[in-house]
Design a protein around this ligand. Structure first.
Ligand code: GAP
Length: 448
């Protein structure tokens, strides 16, 4: 990452160009909650679609699921979240700010140097009440991970999908954690989206699959354009492991705040299925008819954050450049992630240009996500498209009326080519899936 990329610059671009806004801004905002604007919603959806495509659609051994956010409260007893999903909380006796004890470098308040209380365990799950009566029996939790919905549906999926092990079940959805110290924009929030996959395997083959998924997940970020020098893998030490894990490795990204977790790949062993089997009284074992063996599968779990990876893609793409004596900000996003793929820009608002420009737009929008913009000078419109990461701009000018040709401008190289309108869609498709953007199946054929 360039030294010049700060979180402030990313926050400012996100607000200026409609990627991410502070939640409830007109009321002063709500801490650590963020809303995705018109560009942000497309970008994040493209990240989720790219994950789903790689993890489910391009494979024969992973199927999808979409579970409810609220689940039977015993799920969280069985999973261990009620007893141990907590962080050590301390409070300043002077200014009453709260901190995570395990993240403090000294035993005094970082804000005012005041004395801190003894640490107590603070459970991170949000509680609410189901139904009209607010009583203990009606307490339910907002899920802190999507994974548990997958474990409790394991038998449903196996018996209906006609799949054999090894088998993955993937899910994308909201999770909630009452983090003590959220912050750094969308990096750590109390409401966020996860992209999780639980891969069920025969015990004994788990270590091999753990290696496999660690490699696959690292490669996914690189395939979508994250620079190698900003990515690394970090294996967890034994004393860092979650209560359910035999091994865990993080894919880390060099954010402006330093190297931080993007995604974790964990070997969860048979912990979760055994726990749910014992608390529910239901048999969650698997019978392998090929070997005549019955066993509780082991689970390898790649668990990524949709918001956190969207932030990483934004940071990695953010570039400040000098071009012909002028400076520009450009988001060099992979075309599969770019919110808008092609912008149609008539040179001016002149009414002679309108019918042809509209006709060109109609042809292109059938195949790609487009934006039509005829306001302001062409320079300002290019600047806006650069800042939202649009890979290609098509300009329609007065010569187009005579020769039936338009100009394509490439976001990264700034190269321009002029070509007949009849060849436009095919050329755009070739350029968007071509070598200059790293050709791969994520983009090929995608209308996105
Ligand atoms: N099921 C395993 C699990 O939930 P985790 O490491 O706690 O593991 C997985 O979370 C991913 O979810 C993280 O790598 C991160 O990308 C994302 N994530 C976790 N807490 C988050 C938060 N408070 N805000 C944003 N993303 C978060």
């Amino acid at each position: 990452m360039s030294d010049a990329v700060t979180m402030e610059k990313i926050v400012s671009l996100c607000k200026r160009r409609g990627f991410i806004f502070q939640s409830s801004e007109i009321y002063g905002g709500l801490g650590s909650c963020w809303d995705y604007g018109p560009m942000g919603v497309e970008l994040k959806r493209n990240v989720k679609n790219a994950w789903w495509r790689t993890m489910v659609e391009e494979r024969g051994d992973v199927v999808g699921l979409d579970c409810s956010i609220m689940m039977h409260p015993t799920v969280w007893k069985a999973s261990g979240h009620i007893d141990s999903f907590s962080d050590p909380l301390v409070e300043c006796k002077e200014c009453h700010q709260r901190w995570r004890a395990d993240q403090l470098e000294k035993q005094a308040c970082p804000a005012c140097d005041g004395e801190l209380t003894e640490a107590r365990n603070f459970n991170l799950m949000f509680k609410t009440f189901m139904g009209a009566v607010e009583e203990d029996a009606a307490v339910v939790y907002l899920r802190p991970e999507t994974a548990q919905g997958i474990f409790v549906n394991f038998q449903n999926v196996v018996s209906t999908s006609r799949k054999r092990l090894p088998l993955g079940i993937a899910q994308i959805g909201k999770s909630f954690r009452n983090e003590i110290t959220p912050g750094n924009f969308t990096f750590r929030t109390r409401e966020f989206e996860q992209m999780e996959m639980e891969f069920f395997v025969q015990p004994g083959s788990d270590e091999e699959w753990y290696e496999y998924w660690s490699g696959e997940r690292f490669a996914w970020y690189k395939k979508l354009g994250i620079r190698s020098e900003n990515l690394r893998m970090r294996e967890h030490a034994k004393d860092e492991l979650a209560h359910y894990a035999k091994a865990c490795v993080d894919v880390e990204y060099l954010f402006p705040i330093g190297w931080s977790e993007l995604e974790g790949i964990a070997n969860r062993t048979d912990f979760d299925l055994k726990q749910h089997s014992s608390w529910s009284g239901k048999d969650l074992s698997y019978f392998d008819s090929a070997t005549n063996e019955r066993f509780i599968p082991y689970v390898i779990e790649p668990s990524a954050g949709a918001d956190r990876s969207t932030l990483a893609f934004l940071v990695d793409a953010y570039t400040e450049e000098e071009v012909e004596g002028a400076s520009r900000v450009v988001l060099k996003l992979h075309p599969a992630l770019a919110p808008v793929k092609v912008a149609i820009l008539p040179l001016s608002k002149n009414e002679r240009l309108m019918p042809l420009a509209r006709d060109v737009h109609d042809r292109v929008r059938k195949c790609f996500v487009t934006e039509y913009d005829d306001t302001q000078s062409i320079g300002r419109r290019y600047r806006r498209q650069d800042e939202i990461g649009t890979p290609l701009c098509v300009t329609v000018d007065f010569d187009s009326l005579e020769d039936g040709q338009v100009t394509i401008r490439d976001r990264d190289s700034l190269a321009q080519i002029r070509l007949p309108i009849d060849n436009l869609v095919e050329t755009l498709r070739a350029k968007l899936s071509g070598e200059e953007f790293g050709s791969d199946s994520l983009w090929a054929g995608a209308r996105a």
